[in-house]
Design a protein around this ligand. Structure first.
Ligand SMILES: [Fe+2]
Length: 445
């Protein structure tokens, strides 16, 4: 008899308690709660032939966007290759996605996770891993469409329903459907106030529409639901800080950084990005952030040969130029140049978007604003190749604006300010930049 997991998706394994433990670990991951890796590893110790358990562990390594996890991913794949003859169709779909990712065919891997949903729409792990690859690859339309594939197979009575709503809300937001995304995210958090991906989706919707007051109010009023022991708590605080910056409340943003985002030698990669991205924006706004960059750069040094996901390298470069670490900066550029010569999706991304952006950040840090403008202008409209969210990649536009400001390029400042005003008509930050272009203030440029 075929057993099913807590989602209602079939598994080839025959130990129901192991299957139930896998489901519990998968629910932890859907809620970004600790510690799904530890949980599934304990299950696999007892049940080393549990194929879906291995697929789940491998999926978490796959979406980590961290080159250091590749070795662990390879180990899981080798185990799965041995077990594959006993796998069912769903599990074979996961194994295929893992193999394609290891081969460097990231786009096909992401699609393989989507294909699983056609015959197994109750596989929320396939949905979540695919959703995360959409995020890492900047596949905006898939971020919107993938959750729609499964929606009719779920109802509000399913305890996992909010997770699908949260993913679709984020996809709608990333594809520019801000009002629809906001409405769905509100449904999500109403259904499950602790759904931190739903909270995050709503934070994005408010960010993109310049609804800073609503964003601050919402995030503060439910901080007890998302601000605790949760892998998204730092990132959601980063979002709260973005509202502060948009309102030119730089002191409050810096306070939030120091309270929640200080980098330590054990900080996770995504958390280091939040610190770097916030400090860089404050730097662009002429805020003195003191010696806060040192800990960030120290942490990035351990990733210096990444050249894996250039989204990571873009943030690392910010810290290297901010601390004057020319050797590390040049080493990073060399690693990216070498990687750009290779075959595969990753190399294409580095060639097309990664290198120009990272070089642009470096040029900005070196005070070569003309070079920074040329590089960043040429690539910013395909920067989605880098992955991450629109809000995260907005730092590229802001750096360009900073380069235009610092080089006295009034026409470019005005053009970029006009672009921002079209999306956020009431923004003190945009007003601040616009004010600098006025005749009496142009000496500040
Ligand atoms: Fe975000």
């Amino acid at each position: 008899m075929t057993l099913v997991d807590g989602f209602g998706a079939p598994v080839s394994h025959n130990n129901q308690s192991a299957i139930d433990a896998f489901y519990e670990a998968a629910i932890l991951l859907l809620g970004y709660a600790p510690d799904p890796v530890g949980r599934i590893k304990a299950v696999l110790q007892q049940s080393p032939d549990f194929i879906m358990g291995h697929c789940f562990l491998a999926g978490m390594y796959l979406v980590a966007s961290d080159k250091r996890r590749r070795k662990s991913l390879l180990v899981q794949y080798e185990i799965l290759r041995e077990l594959a003859p006993q796998a069912n169709d769903r599990e074979r779909g996961h194994i295929k996605a893992i193999k394609l990712w290891l081969d460097g065919d990231f786009y096909a891997s992401s699609q393989a996770y989507a294909d699983i949903l056609l015959y197994c729409p109750r596989d929320l792990t396939a949905l979540q891993f695919g959703h995360q690859t959409d995020f890492l690859l900047g596949h905006v339309s898939s971020t919107r469409d993938r959750p729609a594939r499964v929606m009719r197979h779920w109802t509000r009575d399913d305890p996992e329903y909010s997770f699908i709503l949260g993913m679709q809300a984020f996809g709608l937001e990333e594809s520019g459907h801000y009002a629809a995304g906001e409405a769905l995210a509100l449904q999500c958090v109403e259904l499950n106030p602790k759904d931190t991906w739903g909270v995050h989706a709503l934070a994005h919707c408010y960010e993109m529409q310049g609804k800073t007051g609503q964003g601050i109010s919402f995030m503060q009023n439910c901080e007890d639901k998302w601000g605790g022991d949760n892998y998204l708590s730092i990132h959601n605080r980063w979002h709260l800080s973005l509202y502060r910056i948009e309102r030119c409340e730089f002191d409050l943003a810096l306070q939030a950084h120091d309270k929640h985002m200080l980098v330590t030698p054990k900080s996770e990669l995504m958390d280091v990005h939040d610190s770097a991205a916030l400090l860089w924006r404050l730097h662009l706004d002429d805020v003195d952030v003191g010696d806060r960059w040192n800990a960030v750069a120290d942490r990035y040094v351990t990733f210096i040969d990444q050249a894996y996901m250039p989204f990571n390298d873009m943030h690392a470069m910010m810290s290297f130029v901010a601390t004057g670490r020319e050797e590390e900066a040049n080493s990073l550029i060399r690693a990216l140049e070498a990687a750009s010569e290779l075959e595969g999706t990753g190399a294409m991304i580095i060639r097309t978007a990664g290198l120009p952006v990272v070089r642009g950040i470096q040029a900005f840090g070196q005070g070569d604003f003309s070079k920074a403008k040329n590089l960043l202008s040429s690539v910013r409209h395909c920067s989605n190749l880098l992955g991450g969210s629109i809000a995260q990649r907005d730092v590229i536009n802001l750096t360009l604006l900073g380069a235009a400001t610092r080089s006295g390029d009034v026409a470019m400042v005005e053009g970029l300010v006009d672009e921002r005003t079209a999306l956020k008509p009431s923004s003190p930050l945009t007003d601040m930049f616009m004010a600098k272009t006025k005749p009496g203030n142009r000496d500040q440029l």
